[in-house]
Design a protein around this ligand. Structure first.
Ligand SMILES: CC(C)(COP(=O)(O)OP(=O)(O)OC[C@H]1O[C@@H](n2cnc3c(N)ncnc32)[C@H](O)[C@@H]1OP(=O)(O)O)[C@@H](O)C(=O)NCCC(=O)NCCS
Length: 189
């Protein structure tokens, strides 16, 4: 942590907090009449961008999304609100936490559909990553979110190292043996 003597290169969380609300229209729905997951993903990317670019004061790109699980289906006619705030800043990257809720205006119910974390990277005119301002944490919740975000980043790094090992070339006969009990057939075996 840095002592808050010079706050010029730091911004508060509230400075970039962003909410987008959008009506779910029939053209957003899939064959089952529910809203396409891709529509929600696109809205999440949009709100993440606005929040990140505001904090960074620069153009930002989406580097990764930590995870999207749709907890509830969203219906046509509902109002979807996406609330975004910067949870963590690194050097050139920052993590935007997004909470998505869907409101049924007829019966006044509000449902939490998902929470996701978008890692965004600030870029300069030459398309190179550029330093982002630090974050001023003003309450316990913001401190908790910052620490949780850093922990999530550490867990992802060790997960990625494990995934790299999965991708290492393996012995074919060994692979076939590992398929025992799986619902697949290997042609020619
Ligand atoms: C993401 C991207 C900027 C990383 O570029 P890079 O040259 O590898 O940059 P670096 O290795 O210096 O990493 C820059 C920062 O991004 C972070 N980062 C890079 N890849 C990441 C990933 N997959 N997940 C999370 N963070 C990531 C690094 O940790 C680093 O953060 P820090 O500066 O806060 O420590 C680059 O790969 C890119 O531009 N990707 C395309 C993004 C895009 O177009 N998105 C829209 C979807 S089409």
């Amino acid at each position: 942590m840095t002592a808050l003597t010079d706050q010029s290169d730091y911004k508060t969380v509230s400075f970039s907090q962003t909410t987008i609300t959008e009506l779910m229209i029939p053209s957003y729905s899939n064959f089952g009449g529910k809203i396409h997951g891709g529509i929600l993903l696109s809205l999440m990317d949009k709100v993440a961008y606005v929040c990140a670019a505001k904090h960074a004061g620069n153009y930002c790109v989406t580097a990764s999304i930590d995870t999207v699980d749709f907890l509830q289906p969203v219906e046509v006619g509902e109002l979807v609100s996406l609330m975004a705030s910067v949870n963590y800043v690194g050097k050139t990257s920052l993590v935007v936490g997004i909470r998505v809720v869907s409101e049924n205006i007829k019966n006044n119910s509000v449902m939490h559909t998902n929470t996701s974390y978008f890692t965004m990277v600030a870029k300069n005119e030459d398309n190179k990553p550029v330093k982002v301002p630090g974050l001023i944490l003003e309450n316990r919740e913001q401190v908790r979110r910052f620490i949780e975000s850093r922990r999530r980043k550490e867990i992802k790094q060790s997960y990625m190292q494990e995934v790299e090992q999965i991708q290492m070339p393996d012995n074919y006969e060994h692979c076939i043996a590992l398929l025992l009990g799986e619902r697949c057939l290997v042609a020619g075996e």
